[in-house]
Design a protein around this ligand. Structure first.
Ligand code: ADP
Ligand code: GLC
Length: 473
């Protein structure tokens, strides 16, 4: 058994903006089932609350730049995992997780430094782990602080650090004054450590200082070592390739299974698919698509509207899609340009396009179930969870062959295209539409996808082996 402390900026069901929260909401419990001891540390944002929360520690000392911040630690215990919430209202009791009105909070570097320092304070004052497992740029400072400030602390001697890269596109870059604000030695501000094109790069610091690195799919671990996907950090990642492992994310079928999904108007399974038709009808009626939409494939999208997700390709084929025998329903939010694009498409062709601009977990489930085809033409995709959910929901996905999309989808279960080009996407979508009209063949394809098993147990085992290896066991 290894003793792990995971630290992350979002954890389902407490707070979620994307797939990181899904992973943090299910990997820890899978590790516990496999015999590990896991504590998860996250911020207590506004609205993070539940009846089983209790106060673990009042006024834990967290020091930054000679100033002692008031931090309380709340806790709850679920499925053998202890969740700890860093309660520092000045930093976390706000109306957005990372942003407000579309702009990043100006003090995000401080907010996440406090999270890392609170986790280290918990380790020193309450219970020390053998491994700190951190995720993405928000917690990449933890290994940096551990090495530069607490290297000699007897309570942390021998503790190892692992950093999982869920998305290299977000690195936590701040102006040079951040070094001082974070209490970091100016000596670290050079291109061999945290400096990057004149900025402080928090992820870069973590990539250098962590004992081990992982990515969320094997394919992405290879891709980030190339200029196309490395976001400028490919050289550093190549240097560290001997301590870099790709482990495919799992999914939690207790939340994502059409046979038990409580958000659906009807449940279904590979043995009896009839409920899926009811889900499609419900969706079509809800969005006001015409009844004929039942007789053509319904394409679904659930996504953050971010550069990464391939919406520029969708924009370029939208006109051509309108002429195809299909309808498209979109759930998402983010970049205002794509939000407006989908609004315009709906007002232009309400018989073909429907949208929900916003975030709704319930609607995400309904679209996975009610659609016939799922669309994920990502420019890059570290893992991607929606394509794995869509397999389970009998909704074969059209994906670009990159990262985890390439690792999880094949020609038997879905449709892949390679080149990042609108023609390649259009060809893939047209092919899927054509295949949908072969009803028997389509049902076989659905069933092949539904039979795939991407539950966490296998991937949790891979993390376990890495933990043991890091601890020399
Ligand atoms: P990413 O983390 O890059 O956003 P993933 O595919 O790994 O991509 O995970 C996205 C997660 O967020 C999925 O659980 C998906 O259902 C959910 N999601 C994304 N956008 C929305 C939305 N607008 N409303 C509800 N859930 C969403
Ligand atoms: C990131 C990636 C996504 C991945 C998720 C969970 O947000 O964009 O591909 O599935 O993290 O690891």
């Amino acid at each position: 058994m290894s003793k792990i402390m995971m630290v992350a900026s979002e954890v389902a069901p407490f707070i979620k903006t994307g797939g990181l929260a899904d992973v943090m909401g299910s990997l820890p419990a899978a590790l516990v089932r496999a015999g590990e001891s896991v504590t998860v540390v996250m911020p207590r944002y506004r609205g993070v609350d539940a009846p089983d929360f209790y106060r673990l520690r009042e006024d834990l000392p967290v020091w930054l730049n000679g100033f002692r911040h008031r931090v309380d630690i709340d806790a709850c215990d679920r499925e053998g995992v202890r969740y700890l919430f860093v309660d520092a209202p000045w930093f976390y009791n706000r109306d957005g997780v990372y942003t407000s009105g579309g702009k990043d909070w100006g003090d995000n570097h401080i907010r996440y430094a406090i999270l890392c320092l609170a986790a280290l304070a918990i380790a020193r004052e309450i219970d020390a782990p053998e491994i700190f497992h951190v995720h993405d740029w928000q917690t990449a400072l933890l290994p940096v602080y551990q090495k530069s400030w607490f290297g000699g602390d007897p309570r942390l001697i021998g503790a190892k650090t692992m950093l999982t890269i869920h998305n290299l596109g977000y690195q936590g870059r701040f102006g040079p004054s951040a070094m001082g604000e974070l209490g970091l030695d100016q000596g670290l501000f050079h291109s061999g450590v945290m400096e990057y094109h004149g900025d402080v790069n928090l992820l870069k610091g973590g990539l250098l200082e962590s004992d081990w690195l992982t990515t969320v799919s094997p394919r992405y671990a290879q891709e980030i070592q190339t200029a196309e996907y490395g976001f400028g950090l490919e050289g550093l990642l190549r240097e560290r390739s001997h301590s870099l492992t790709g482990i495919l994310n799992g999914v939690d079928y207790r939340d994502w299974d059409p046979a038990t999904d409580r958000f659906l108007p009807a449940n279904y399974s590979p043995e009896d698919l009839s409920g899926k038709q009811a889900c499609k009808r419900d969706l079509i009626e809800y969005f006001g698509l015409p009844p004929e939409a039942m007789d053509r494939p319904l394409i679904g999208i659930v996504s953050r509207f971010a550069e990464q997700k391939g919406f520029d390709l969708i924009e370029q084929i939208a006109g051509a899609l309108a002429d195809e025998p299909m309808s498209l329903v979109v759930l998402g939010s983010g970049n205002a340009h794509w939000e407006n694009m989908f609004r315009h498409l709906t007002s232009w062709r309400p018989d073909k396009f429907a949208n929900w601009i916003g975030f709704s977990n319930e609607m995400a489930h309904k679209i996975e179930a009610g659609s016939d085809i799922f669309l994920m033409p990502s420019r890059y995709e570290p893992c991607g969870l929606n394509q794995i959910y869509s397999l389970k929901y009998g909704t074969p996905p059209v994906v670009r062959a990159t990262g985890g999309l390439d690792d999880t989808i094949d020609g038997e279960t879905g449709f892949k295209f390679w080149e990042y080009h609108p023609d390649a996407l259009l060809k893939g979508v047209r092919y899927a539409i054509q295949k949908w009209f072969d009803r028997d063949g389509w049902q076989e394809r659905m069933r092949r996808g539904m039979a795939k098993d991407y539950s966490w147990d296998r991937s949790a085992g891979e993390y376990q082996r890495l933990y043991a290896q890091l601890l020399g066991r």
